[in-house]
Design a protein around this ligand. Structure first.
Ligand SMILES: [Mn+2]
Length: 288
């Protein structure tokens, strides 16, 4: 397995200097930096080439994370919104190809944050399946894994469990379309966390890790050794990316609902030591 972190551990807005964070992630010992996929559309070819060259030198892979805005909802009842969503995500994947980022991850079957104004789950599901089939074709042609994130009930009503994710992937039935399971969301929705990984099985393309309160792996109550055993059992050899959210403020704090400091008042230096210790903990449990 390869290990990474979302850059937003260190930021309060959904953007950042990815060259700086790639160096930081490599220094800490990560294999992967996860970035905001939407930023790729704002980057010139020259900037993409520079970031690609740097990450190659550092030995770091880039994965691209997206929560599409409502105007790009591929499950929308409005056909023009669905078409805009397919174009938006396809354009991002073309940029990813230039950057050599081979995984797009997130709730690309809906929009985020969800406002729960359209509760016709069956109709949204059917429309999203058709859109994701198109996107799966684009992803497959570019050699990109299109990993759909299953999230908790407060963030979507479409895919809340591994079982629903598997059913959706089977409806889409495209080899590039896989599942992303996130231990924070799983802790809310699944009866048994290791079994949820087993349910995903070969469809699992990406894993997000964090404790039940989104603190760093190793400080809470989640069954890390048992989850690692389940991942090894299903032969998972993909990306395991932390999504720690421990400080308040900005759009990140607002979207993630971080209303209190969860870092223990850590200085920037302590934040780096904490995530390094968590990476060592996680490797110890998952590679055991
Ligand atoms: Mn996640």
């Amino acid at each position: 397995m390869k290990y990474g972190t979302l850059y937003a551990y260190w930021t309060h807005e959904w953007t950042g200097d990815y060259k700086y964070f790639a160096k930081k992630a490599a220094d800490i010992g990560f294999d992967i930096l996860e970035i905001s996929a939407g930023d790729l559309l704002k980057m010139s070819d020259c900037e993409l080439d520079e970031l690609k060259a740097l990450t190659k030198d550092l030995g770091i892979k880039i994965t691209s994370n997206i929560g599409p805005a409502k105007k790009y909802d591929v499950g929308s009842s409005d056909a023009s919104v669905r078409a805009d969503g397919v174009k938006f995500l396809s354009d991002i994947m073309k940029k990813m190809d230039r950057l050599d980022s081979r995984s797009i991850v997130g709730v690309m079957y809906t929009y985020w944050p969800n406002d729960f104004t359209d509760l016709d789950k069956d109709a949204i599901w059917a429309r999203a399946v058709e859109s994701v089939k198109k996107l799966g074709g684009v992803a497959g042609d570019l050699g990109i894994d299109f990993c759909l994130e299953v999230v908790n009930r407060f963030e979507t009503h479409i895919l809340n469990t591994a079982e629903e994710g598997v059913r959706f992937c089977r409806d889409v039935d495209m080899p590039a379309v896989k599942l992303l399971l996130d231990t924070f969301h799983m802790n809310i929705e699944e009866d048994n966390l290791p079994d949820a990984f087993r349910t995903a099985g070969k469809l699992l393309g990406h894993v997000h890790v964090g404790e039940g309160n989104r603190r760093l792996p190793g400080v809470g109550h989640l069954p890390w050794a048992e989850m690692g055993a389940a991942l090894r059992e299903i032969g998972f050899d993909g990306n395991v990316v932390m999504e720690p959210f421990v400080t308040t403020g900005g759009k990140v704090g607002e979207d993630i609902k971080v209303w209190r400091d969860l870092s223990g008042g850590a200085t920037p230096e302590q934040m780096d030591r904490d995530i390094k210790a968590s990476l060592e903990f996680l490797r110890g449990k998952f590679e055991a």
